[in-house]
Write a protein that binds this ligand. Structure first.
Ligand code: SIN
Ligand code: CO
Length: 396
């Protein structure tokens, strides 16, 4: 699948991935020509009112930085006439269809790397201060103007003292640009950056994550610990141990057995493969799915499948590898006719009408889609809605 219309100006995705991705910044003037934000500031403030949405307010009034976490009632936000504040709202791609549609333009990078789309609203002078991120980020100027200053990954990562947000103590910008609506700046991890609003502005940050080895191990070991033991679970025993004359000393036999258990422990290939897929498709803790309000019988479901497309919910995360398929932190084997349709579904996030024409109601494919639909992970496209493929091309 080729990503349609990547927002990279004249640059091809191959050239972008070879020359810039993870290597060097790229400024794309008019990445989204004539861009008009599909989400207005009032909608961003409304999202920040919700307790299931991660939001932060960063103010720099009288040169004092302050951070507060949402939710924010409307009267808790500073007035729009006041300078030097910014509101950040995470995960907007899971909350707003237009944000999800926008992300489709970045699917020349694997979904497994995607973190989220964050929106920042800022009044004149507002920003989060000079910092660096461990993420790749596309900073799309959605509304108003913002001055970005950047510098290469620094030797000195000392943080400014007494700040509630991580800001670099020293920041010597090497480049600077004023971004207008539709302009976009790509930054690899560890590049220093500071974006300051020039008048009211909104920036969309499309962030791509990658776990560190320690983060991955922590999650994996936690996952293993939650599983019931596979096979026998021996307990340390020491029959026939003579009385000790040094009760404070850790017995050699005990240390020997316990250390052998730890050093000899190896996850199986199957455990590792299953974990990685579940890990990259696990929705964020704040995400929940709404099951359909109306139940459908199998026959009614089959009838809808015959003439409506199935779309992945904007919150649904999917990945496949070999004969395994992962969706929203769960895994299944791609067998019994599941393989081709589900791989295609993960790639285009849509199954056209009639895709199950040959699949009887008790087939694995039918039962799988049925279960996903019952969980709210997939939906039927409304009859008059454009398919995602088309919406992508007509996106702003
Ligand atoms: C912002 O939009 O203000 C911050 C985004 C970033 O620096 O990553
Ligand atoms: Co940043």
């Amino acid at each position: 699948m080729r990503s349609p219309n990547p927002p990279l100006g004249g640059l091809s995705v191959d050239d972008f991935m070879r020359r810039h991705w993870q290597r060097r910044p790229l400024l794309v003037r008019g990445a989204f020509p004539g861009f008009r934000s599909p989400i207005d500031p009032a909608e961003v403030f409304a999202l920040a009112e919700r307790d299931d949405v991660e939001s932060r307010l960063i103010t720099a009034f009288s040169a004092r930085w302050k951070l507060r976490h949402g939710p924010f009632a409307p009267d808790e936000l500073p007035s729009r006439g006041r300078r030097n504040w910014t509101l950040l709202v995470q995960g907007v791609d899971t909350l707003h269809d237009a944000a999800r549609t926008l992300i489709e333009r970045f699917r020349f990078v694997a979904d497994a790397r995607l973190d989220d789309l964050m929106i920042s609203f800022a009044t004149d002078g507002g920003g989060v201060g000079p910092h660096l991120d461990s993420y790749d980020v596309f900073l799309l100027q959605a509304h108003g103007t913002r001055r970005w200053r950047i510098a290469p990954p620094p030797q000195d990562r000392t943080l400014a003292p007494d700040r509630p947000v991580r800001q670099l103590a020293r920041f010597e910008p090497t480049e600077e640009w004023l971004l207008e609506p539709g302009d976009m700046l790509y930054l690899p991890p560890d590049w220093c950056h500071d974006g300051v609003a020039v008048g009211d502005c909104m920036t969309f940050s499309i962030g791509f994550r990658a776990p560190s080895r320690h983060e991955l191990l922590r999650a994996f070991l936690g996952d293993c610990a939650d599983e019931a033991p596979q096979g026998p679970d021996p307990r340390y025993a020491d029959p026939g141990t003579p009385p000790t004359r040094h009760p404070g000393e850790l017995p050699a036999a005990m240390h020997g057995t316990l250390s052998r258990w730890l050093l000899d422990w190896r996850p199986t290939r199957a455990q590792v493969d299953a974990f990685i897929g579940r890990y990259v498709t696990e929705p964020k803790p704040s995400v929940w799915f709404e099951p359909p309000t109306r139940r459908l019988s199998d026959d009614a479901f089959a009838a809808r499948l015959a003439d409506a497309s199935l779309l992945a919910d904007r919150r649904t995360r999917m990945a496949y590898r070999g004969n395994r398929f992962f969706i929203n932190g769960e895994d299944l084997r791609l067998e019994g006719g599941l393989r081709a349709p589900l791989k295609r579904f993960a790639d285009v996030r849509r199954l056209p009408p009639g895709a199950l024409a040959d699949a009887p109601v008790d087939s694995p494919l039918f039962c799988t889609l049925r279960a996903w639909w019952d969980s709210g992970w997939i939906h039927f496209a409304p009859a008059d809605a454009p398919a995602l493929g088309r919406a992508r091309r007509s996106a702003p």
